[in-house]
Design a protein around this ligand. Structure first.
Ligand code: ADP
Ligand code: MG
Length: 790
């Protein structure tokens, strides 16, 4: 096997590896197992059939009585779980790496194909390959945060060479007005008109599956269509883009899960009308399927007869060839079915001989490619511009060169080392300039090291720089001296916008009668590497100390409340945080606390509604299952009693008709309720986000307030510059997450999670919620820091 690694990605393109179609056999459990005729090999990979001569005679002339079939596995008394592990797990896992995969169930009607594929939709434990594959796909997506992976599904039914959409969003009315067609293009094969549904979570995908199953049953009754006479293809489409934007490769794959029509030979025994037609179509399509697969395995063949029937045509890019293929043959264990069992096993062993050559479906994102090239071009142009200016060249033209220019270039030798040297020189020039600027400044100003707090605070006490390190009292006269505002003055007009950290600090300083005036006009001398103070006269400074001026740029916090203006003297020992938190909520934090509570009550109300809707959905689902059961019972009764046919139309009794109507109605209800639930979920998620944000804000503000009120010496507060290190991160993450979460919250969250997918989904949602919370926390912190920096 050759493995080629694509850049820094972990996809591999397998070349020259031929793989066999995997063939498994599943035996339907029975109390009447034909022990004398069916024997399993010790390795569970072979099955021997022994036919008694007298049964055999009269069927064919051939006298052979013993057969031995070597397969990839024989599953008897196997749980749905084991079947999935053995048959499907690998195929699904490889699909996420870009390999198409097809799993087909083949066999006689009643042998367990649908049970294997779909399983019992009413019982989680007995769910089949289909729902398990969806779960695996979503689980694997969770494990690959480096990729943005989308999942789509479709459900196609082929009956008598007509195509039906089992997930049609329109009411199910049979063949649509514009019949679906199979179309081929360079991207592959697709069915035009077939609805393909984007599903962002496991649950949505399940819901579609249930709907498809209900449609299948409804159609089998209303259109007199025998569901075991049709082929059903459930397809999961996966598309994975790297989250690294520069990565222009992406992969696509399809997983086809095929429940084939019953393979029994019907044509012989004098069937007529509908049954004969069905039998002919099935026999044909199954034998075309076999022909196509065999042709695919034959490396000398270049023509594969895909178009002979709808089944092979629709599966063209997913059969044999470059995809992973598994055939699961369902057989009965009873003696009475041995003829058909033999025929099924022959089919399986023929398929096992076929080899395929799996390959990744790798595609290129044209948009990303163009963007990457543009970026590269811009960088190269920049580099050229630097190069030119260093070489004192201007207006160099980089259009395609003429022959003379090319010849000139060829005569020069430019290597990487020369270019590196150019950049080294460039660095030297830069650092010289920097030094020159600094010494020029030193001549004019007294420079203080930015980290020298003592010096800074001394200078501030003298009122030379304000808290932000801005110069006070620039000679243009606008900076100060425009009236005195009493310290108790209320902040300007209340505005809804947030106040930055710096503004909070300034206003705090004012309120507490701080000795440092605030700069009137923002002078754009920020502290970069060193603090700069003009060598000004002492007298001016003293004048300024008592002056303070409101600037229009100072906006109060929404959480500012008038109560906090006169803060009582600081206690010698700070109060415990829980006590202080209560005070904070009544004071500076009152507004944000109110919003927090409001959001929380909305959230709780939505959660309650979601839980009620979930209960209703479960009830509807149960009733759908009961109705389906009843319908199937009616149908089997009808079949036993002999069907009434009238000019090709079947007559069904009223009871069955009413059941069909009921099922249809339930399906409609299910869909409506499910839509509601989905909307509610989205709303809940949004509200949760808001609540989290509020909670974080509340706690962070509290932390700032607590530190300022009880810990940070006032003069140090003044010395701290924006973005200082005492601000964020005083509350441990664990507390952020648990604070304000009452028991009702937790209970309704739990209910919310106990959804129809069973207990497996709890950890799934839990993990998701936690990641989201953590994400929110980090986001808030970053936002806060940014606000401080402003
Ligand atoms: P097919 O689709 O091949 O016609 P089904 O899957 O509908 O057959 O199976 C026929 C019946 O046998 C169903 O009632 C199904 O529940 C039951 N059945 C099939 N296989 C199993 C199995 N492995 N364990 C339990 N019940 C099974
Ligand atoms: Mg079936």
């Amino acid at each position: 096997m050759m493995r080629r690694k694509n850049g820094n990605k972990h996809y591999f393109t397998r070349m020259g590896t031929r793989k066999k179609v995997l063939a498994f056999v599943r035996v339907k459990p029975t109390d009447d197992f034909a022990h004398e005729m069916i024997k399993y090999g010790d390795d569970n990979k072979s099955i021997d059939i022994h036919l008694k001569k007298d049964i055999r005679r009269g069927v064919v002339n051939n006298q052979q009585t013993d057969w031995s079939f070597k397969l990839d596995g024989v599953l008897h008394n196997a749980s749905q779980d084991l079947v999935y592990e053995t048959v499907a797990k690998n195929v699904v896992s490889q699909a996420l790496d870009g390999y198409n995969g097809t799993i087909m169930c083949y066999g006689q009607t009643g042998a367990g194909k649908t049970y294997t594929m779909t399983g019992a939709t009413e019982n989680y434990k007995h769910r089949g390959i289909l729902p398990r594959a969806l779960q695996q796909v979503f689980r694997m997506i969770e494990e690959r945060p480096t990729h943005a992976i989308t999942v789509r599904v479709s459900y196609l039914e082929i009956y008598n060479e007509s195509l039906f959409d089992l997930l049609s969003t329109l009411p199910y009315v049979g063949p649509s007005v514009t019949p679906m067609t199979i179309v081929e293009n360079p991207q592959g094969v697709f069915v035009k008109g077939l609805s393909v549904h984007l599903t962002s979570q496991e649950e949505d995908a399940f819901s579609l599956l249930f709907e498809g199953e209900a449609n299948r049953i409804i159609a089998s009754h209303t259109m007199n269509k025998n569901s075991s006479r049709s082929h059903c293809i459930f397809t999961i489409y996966v598309e994975a883009h790297s989250r690294t934007l520069s990565d222009e490769k992406y992969i696509t794959s399809k997983i086809n899960l095929v429940d084939l029509a019953g393979s029994e030979r019907l044509g012989k025994s004098g069937s007529e009308g509908r049954v004969l037609k069905e039998a002919t179509y099935i026999n044909k399509s199954l034998s075309f399927l076999e022909q196509a697969i065999i042709a695919l395995g034959d490396q000398k063949r270049d023509h594969i007869p895909f178009r002979q029937c709808k089944l092979t045509h629709a599966l063209k890019d997913s059969l044999g060839g470059n995809c992973n293929m598994v055939l699961l043959t369902n057989i009965y264990g009873e003696a009475a079915q041995l003829e058909e069992t033999l025929s099924s096993l022959r089919f399986a062993s023929r398929m096992k001989l076929v080899t395929t050559e799996p390959a990744i479906n790798e595609k290129y994102d044209a948009e990303r490619m163009v963007k990457n090239l543009e970026k590269e071009l811009a960088l190269l142009k920049q580099e050229l511009a630097i190069h030119d200016s260093l070489a004192n060249r201007t207006l160099v033209n980089y259009d395609p060169m003429d022959e003379i220019q090319i010849a000139e270039i060829n005569s020069q030798i430019i290597n990487l080392r020369q270019i590196q040297e150019v950049f080294n020189q460039f660095r030297v020039v830069l650092s010289q300039q920097e030094q020159e600027v600094e010494s020029a400044l030193r001549r004019k100003y007294t420079l203080i090291d930015k980290n020298d707090f003592a010096a800074i605070s001394a200078v501030q006490k003298a009122g030379i720089v304000d808290v932000e390190g801005h110069l006070v009292g620039e000679p243009d006269g606008q900076g100060f001296g425009l009236g005195v505002t009493p310290f108790s003055a209320k902040p300007g007009k209340k505005s809804k916008s947030k106040k930055t950290f710096r503004e909070q600090l300034s206003s705090l300083a004012r309120k507490e009668g701080a000795s440092s005036p605030v700069s009137g006009k923002e002078l754009d001398v920020s502290m970069s590497k060193t603090q700069m103070t003009p060598s000004s006269k002492e007298g001016d400074v003293k004048d300024m100390i008592m002056r303070e001026r409101e600037t229009s740029s100072i906006e109060p916090l929404p959480s500012d409340s008038p109560k906090e203006e006169l803060r009582p003297p600081r206690p010698s020992t700070p109060p415990p945080k829980p006590v202080a938190f209560e005070d904070f909520k009544n004071e500076r934090g009152s507004e944000i606390n109110r919003i927090f509570k409001e959001n929380k009550s909305i959230l709780n109300e939505r959660r309650k509604r979601a839980s009620e809707t979930t209960q209703r959905i479960n009830a509807i689902k149960r009733e759908m299952d009961v109705t389906k059961e009843a319908l199937n019972f009616q149908k089997s009764l009808r079949e036993k009693q002999g069907e009434y046919e009238n000019k090709g139309l079947m007559i069904i009794d009223e009871e069955e008709f009413l059941l069909i109507l009921k099922l249809k109605d339930l399906k409609k209800q299910y869909r409506t309720e499910y839509q509601d639930l989905r909307d509610l979920r989205a709303e809940i998620q949004y509200c949760q986000h808001l609540v989290d944000q509020c909670r974080h804000r509340l706690l962070t503000e509290f932390d700032i307030w607590y530190n300022e009120s009880f810990f940070i010496p006032e003069d140090l507060q003044m010395a701290l510059k924006p973005g200082g290190n005492i601000r964020p991160g005083m509350v441990p993450v664990s507390r952020l997450m648990s604070l304000g979460e009452d028991d009702q919250d937790k209970f309704s969250q739990l209910q919310q999670m106990l959804l129809p997918e069973g207990p497996d989904s709890i950890s799934f949602y839990n993990a998701k919620a936690k990641t989201e919370q953590k994400h929110n926390y980090l986001k808030t912190m970053m936002g806060l820091q940014q606000a401080h920096r402003k």
